[in-house]
Design a protein around this ligand. Structure first.
Ligand code: MN
Length: 235
């Protein structure tokens, strides 16, 4: 089982680059299905280049437990603290995908306007690091306390924006976390476009829930397509 999850984690790194969510930065992790107090993530490197040998195992304090000399991303505490706070979460994506940034720095809140974005819920919470790290931080989640405060802002949501930085997206599987990360970026783009045309008719909370439930039954379909694109791109 772990074996499949590790392969999917490598594929997910490549998919998220291919689909414009990750670039040279950002990361995705998966909880170890056999040891829920551990998770897998790549060592500190560009996601496009991640291979099986680059994966390390971390505990929920954000320490690399295997390999012994392993190192990973500065912002590993995003992952460790969300896994600690959310037993339902099996995968976490952190990205700087561009379309979400405007929604973190203005009064405009990211909300679902399309059935593919229903998982955004009523509206997406925004994490203000200044409330926790003061006025002069580098905006990175570089310790457990900041990871905890981000996890608290996320609450029970699928997505939280990080002011002036990016977003975090969670799922009950790698496939769901990847789907949500891609459609968070997509939803932000759509909402910005729609806002130029006039007042937006958002999904109701009930519509958001119903469309999200529906899409959750078909996560494998886009996953297969995104995976195929990765294969084609590497030829
Ligand atoms: Mn970051």
């Amino acid at each position: 089982m772990s074996h499949d999850v590790l392969h999917d984690l490598v594929t997910a790194n490549h998919i998220l680059v291919n689909e414009g969510v990750l670039d040279g930065f950002g990361h995705i992790s998966v909880r170890d299905p056999n040891h829920p107090e551990r998770f897998f993530i790549a060592r500190s490197m560009p996601p496009a280049l991640v291979a099986l040998a680059d994966l390390v195992t971390c505990n929920l304090d954000g320490e690399v437990v295997s390999p012994a000399s392993g190192k990973t991303y500065v912002e590993r505490f995003i992952h460790s603290e969300i896994y600690k706070a959310r037993p339902d979460v099996m995968s976490v994506v952190h990205s700087h995908s561009p379309a979400v940034i405007p929604f973190g720095v203005t009064g405009a809140r990211l909300r679902p306007i399309c059935h593919m974005n229903g998982f955004l819920g009523a509206q997406v919470p925004v994490y203000e690091i200044r409330h926790h790290a003061g006025e002069a931080s580098d905006l990175l989640i570089r310790n457990q306390a900041l990871g905890l405060s981000l996890a608290q802002t996320l609450g029970t949501s699928a997505v939280a924006l990080m002011r002036g930085h990016g977003s975090v997206t969670v799922g009950r599987s790698i496939q769901q976390a990847v789907f949500r990360a891609i459609y968070t970026e997509n939803g932000a783009r759509l909402q910005l476009e729609a806002s130029h045309l006039g007042e937006i008719n958002f999904l109701t909370e009930e519509e958001a829930q119903a469309t999200s439930d529906m899409n959750d039954q078909h996560l494998d379909r886009p996953w297969q397509m995104w995976k195929d694109r990765v294969t084609q791109a590497s030829r």
